[in-house]
Design a protein around this ligand. Structure first.
Ligand code: UD1
Length: 335
C-alpha cells in the first residue's frame, strides 16, 4: 500500500507518517515547508529507519499538482493535512486561507478523479461544531456558523469532499480532531510553532522553558467546574494511529458509506487549569500564569462522544493528559 501524506512534515502529519511506516505502509510526502522544517524528514527516518519519498511543492499550484500526480499515479490513498491553521491569522488574511486551504483540496480531488485514486482521508476539526448544544458532541450534531475563516475552510472542505464524492467514485473520511497535543515518545518530532504560539500546550512548555514570561489563562468566568474553558485534549500519537486505520478502511473497502465522519478525541473534557496542574505535577515545576479576560472567539466547553470511532474504527485514544504534558515537555527540552 502506498499513501500520499500532504503536509507530512507538519505536526500531525509527521506523527502519522511514522505510524504508517510502522505499519509497513509506503509513504510519499508532499510538503512546501510553509510551516514545517526539512529536518523533520531526517527525524522521521531516525525513528523508523526508513526515509520516506519527499516532494516540495505547493498543492494550491495547479500545474505542479497535476505534474506530480501524472508522475505518481500508483498511489492507493491520500491523507490530506496540508493547510494553514492559525485561527487569528485567518481573520486578518481570509483570502489567503480560503485560497490555500480550498484550492489545494480541489486540485487534489481533480487529480484523484483523473488518475484513478479513490481514497481520501481529510484533516477536519471539532471547530465545525462551534459550541455544541449537547455534550459530549456526536458526529450527528449540527455544524454551526464558523468563528473564523480557518474554521470555515474546514467546514467548506467537508462540503466540497462530500459533494465531489456524490458526483464521482471517490470515497472519503473526514476526521474531526479535538485538541491534539503532545509529542512522539522519542522526542524527535513534536509541535514546532513559528513565533509566539497560539495554542495552550506549546505556550505552557515555552513559558516553563523561559522563552515566554507568563502564560495568560483566557477567562475564569465560564460555566465550568473551575471557571476555565474545557477541551478534549488528545495525544498526537493516538490521533496519528487513527489515520492509519482510516486510510486502510478505505483502501480495503471496509467503509460503510462513501463519505464518513469520525470524532477523534478521548471523550474527556479538561479545563485549562487541569492541564496546568498536570504539567506542574509531571515536571515538578511551578508555572508562571495569570488569569486574564476571555479570548475572542473561544467557546466555553467541548468534548467528544467517541463511540462511533471506537466501534467502527476499532480505535480508542489510550494516552491520558499526563502522557501528553510529559511528552510535550520532553520535546520542548530538545529545542
Ligand atoms: C483552536 C481551534 C481549533 C484548532 C486548534 C489548533 C477554534 C474554536 N478552535 O482550538 O479548530 O484545530 O486551535 O490550531 O477555532 N488558552 C489559554 N491561554 C493560551 C492559549 C490557550 O488560556 O495562551 C486556552 C484557550 O482559551 C482554550 C484552551 O486553552 O480554552 C485551548 O486553546 P487552544 O490550544 O488555542 O485550542 P482551541 O482554541 O481549543
Amino acid at each position: 500500500m502506498k499513501i500520499l501524506v500532504t503536509g507530512g512534515l507538519g505536526y500531525i502529519g509527521s506523527h502519522t507518517v511514522v505510524e504508517l511506516q510502522n505499519s509497513n505502509i509506503e509513504v510519499v510526502i508532499v510538503d512546501n515547508l510553509s510551516n514545517s522544517k526539512i529536518e523533520v524528514l531526517d527525524k522521521i527516518t531516525e525513528i523508523t529507519g526508513n526515509k520516506p519519498e519527499y516532494h516540495n511543492f505547493d498543492l494550491s499550484d495547479k500545474e505542479s499538482c497535476s505534474k506530480f500526480f501524472n508522475e505518481n499515479s500508483n498511489i492507493d490513498g491520500i491523507i490530506h493535512f496540508a493547510a494553514y491553521k492559525a485561527v487569528g491569522e485567518s481573520v486578518s488574511k481570509p483570502l489567503t486561507y480560503y485560497r490555500n486551504n480550498l484550492e489545494s483540496l480541489m486540485n487534489i480531488m481533480d487529480n484523484m478523479n483523473s488518475n484513478g485514486i479513490h481514497n481520501l482521508v481529510f484533516s477536519s476539526s471539532c471547530t465545525v461544531y462551534g459550541q455544541p448544544d449537547i455534550l459530549p458532541v456526536t458526529e450527528k450534531a449540527p455544524r454551526k456558523q464558523a468563528e473564523s475563516p480557518y474554521g470555515n475552510t474546514k467546514k467548506m472542505a467537508e462540503d466540497i469532499i462530500q459533494d465531489t464524492i456524490y458526483a464521482s467514485d471517490l470515497k472519503g473520511i473526514a476526521l474531526r480532531y479535538f485538541n491534539p497535543v503532545g509529542a512522539h515518545p522519542t522526542a524527535l518530532i513534536g509541535e514546532l510553532p513559528l513565533g509566539v504560539p497560539n495554542n495552550l500546550m506549546p505556550f505552557i512548555t515555552q513559558t516553563a522553558a523561559g522563552i515566554r514570561e507568563q502564560l495568560s489563562v483566557f477567562g475564569d468566568d465560564y460555566n465550568t467546574t473551575d471557571g476555565t474553558a474545557i477541551r478534549d485534549y488528545i495525544h498526537v500519537v493516538d490521533l496519528a494511529k487513527a489515520h492509519v486505520i482510516a486510510v486502510q478502511r478505505l483502501v480495503k473497502k471496509n467503509n460503510k458509506l462513501n463519505y464518513e465522519v469520525f470524532n477523534l478525541g478521548t471523550g474527556n473534557g479538561l479545563s485549562v487549569l487541569d492541564v496546568i496542574k498536570s504539567f506542574e505535577k509531571i515536571t515538578n515545576k511551578k508555572l508562571n500564569y495569570k488569569i486574564v479576560g476571555r479570548r475572542e472567539g473561544d467557546i466555553e466547553k467541548v468534548w467528544a462522544n467517541t463511540d462511533f470511532a471506537n466501534q467502527e474504527l476499532g480505535w480508542k485514544a489510550k494516552q491520558g493528559i499526563d502522557d501528553m504534558t510529559a511528552s510535550a515537555w520532553k520535546f520542548q527540552l530538545t529545542l
